[in-house]
Design a protein around this ligand. Structure first.
Ligand code: P5A
Length: 445
């Protein structure tokens, strides 16, 4: 993409309304525009990051055997009357009446709708286990939307729903989600710690939240510092192997880590004092096992191996896709701007032409651009007629992991400069070597 043909409305001034760094940087980098309280347009750069996160979520969900689909944003109120949540959900639910005076709502979550789909099409234990998920916009009329996309009213969520014949099988589904979430967050460059939590309006007793540690987080958290060093890495995981999946969950949940809702001061006191931490975290996901809370009242039953009709065991599992954009920036920025982890960067590399209009510099940039595209990499090429300082400031602000700087002086020696956004380190190398280096990193992400 050439910057002169793109739409990147960066702001010079720091927007006064933004209280936390991720919100400020998203506005300054031209990623989002607020349209109403807690409701945002995703401008082209923000949209690209959102898509990168969605792609990782899709890949990891499907790797775990979960099936993608899509449900609507608007839902009939009657489904929610069946579960009893239409009245319980309260003022956070946006209620709508259509021209025929039928009650609808903008879905805050989809337990009822998926239960309706299940009961219409599944009747036997032989069709289980089943996990369906989608990535769809939700609406919650939050009393205090704030911090930009972090606590929005309209927000993008991945929500998955599991159907199993019994508790043991449902807990395996829960564990599969825990592991696939850990892998997803790691690919986004995040450390998200599973913490025992409270279930709120979704229900059930088994629930974990995934928290990214950040001073601006809305949740108070209590944890053993050793938990922050755990990594899944590239280990192979057989998602059908119950014992293996359980072992990973045990590893990641053995150490003390809880939100204030479930904090147990006595158990916390048993953590060695030097490792005891109290801090704040951003909740980027939550998983629930709630047994037959929806299936029993809504009649979602299957015939079991003994020929009896029994309500199916269910769980639901959510990732805050749009919130993650803010959470990643909270965890990865410096005083010059965003520092995107490779996995979610809107463009993997930027090209900066120091002397636009100079024949040799223009030709070298065009050559680099073509060579990267030939390797399946889309660069962002700053081809504006601007000072070098302004171009560097824009690249630093929008946080692309790599920058290739092209100028007449370097070119005379056959070199360009390859700079890593995270470390600030630069090397003078040939254009071919720069392309190869970037291609290597992109292949490994
Ligand atoms: C699980 C999937 C649920 O709704 N039902 C379907 C369950 N869980 S949850 O914890 O309430 O939400 C899942 C994740 O969505 C993000 N989230 C938000 N993101 C931005 N703005 C909001 N107002 C908002 N509310 C929830 C969180 O990341 C949460 O973990």
């Amino acid at each position: 993409m050439r910057l002169t043909r793109y739409f990147l409305p960066v702001l010079r001034e720091t927007p006064a309304e933004a209280q936390i760094v991720s919100h400020r940087l998203m506005l300054r980098a031209g990623m989002i525009r607020q349209q109403a309280a807690g409701i945002y347009s995703w401008l082209p750069l923000g949209w690209r990051v959102l898509r990168r996160i969605e792609t990782i979520v899709h890949e990891e969900q499907q790797r775990a055997g979960h099936i993608p689909m899509l449900m609507p944003t608007l839902q009939p109120a009657d489904l929610w009357r069946e579960s009893g949540r239409y009245d319980d959900y309260g003022a956070e639910m946006l209620r709508i009446t259509d021209r025929h005076k039928r009650d609808l709502l903008y879905g805050p979550t989809n337990e009822e709708m998926i239960t309706d789909i299940f009961r219409a099409h599944v009747g036997s234990y032989k069709d289980l286990p089943l996990t369906l998920y989608h990535i769809q916009w939700k609406f919650r009329d939050e009393i205090r939307p704030r911090f930009g996309v972090m606590r929005g009213r309209e927000f993008l969520m991945k929500d998955g729903y599991t159907f199993d014949i019994d508790r043991a099988s449902a807990l395996h589904a829960y564990n599969r989600h825990m592991v696939s979430y850990l892998r997803s967050y790691e690919r986004m460059g995040l450390t998200a710690i599973p913490m025992r939590a409270a279930s709120g309006p979704i229900g059930g007793d088994d629930t974990h939240e995934f928290l990214v540690l950040a001073a601006t987080g809305e949740s108070e958290v209590f944890y053993d510092d050793a938990v922050t060093g755990l990594r899944l890495g590239n280990r192979a995981i057989d998602y059908d192997d119950r014992a293996a999946v359980q072992a990973v969950c045990d590893e990641f949940t053995a150490l003390y880590a809880r939100t204030d809702e479930t904090h147990d001061p006595v158990a916390f006191a048993a953590v060695p004092e030097a490792r005891r931490r109290v801090g704040r975290g951003i909740e980027v996901g939550q998983i629930f096992y709630f047994a037959t809370k929806y299936s029993a009242p809504m009649g979602a039953t299957v015939v079991n191996a003994e020929g009896q009709r029994v309500p199916v065991h269910m769980g639901s599992h959510g990732i805050g896709v749009s919130r993650l954009v803010g959470a990643i920036i909270e965890a990865s920025h410096d005083d010059r701007g965003i520092v995107w982890p490779e996995g979610v960067a809107p463009f993997p590399v930027g090209i900066v032409n120091l002397k636009q209009g100079d024949g040799a510099a223009d030709a070298a940039c065009a050559g680099l651009y073509a060579a990267l595209v030939a390797k399946g990499i889309e660069p962002l090429y700053d081809d504006r007629d601007e000072r070098a300082g302004a171009k560097f400031a824009t690249m630093d602000l929008i946080g692309l992991p790599w920058r290739i700087t092209v100028g007449p002086r370097g070119l005379a020696a056959g070199k360009v400069e390859l700079t890593c956004r995270r470390t600030g380190e630069s090397e003078e190398i040939s254009p071919e070597a720069a392309v190869d280096r970037v291609a290597q990193v992109v292949a490994g992400r």
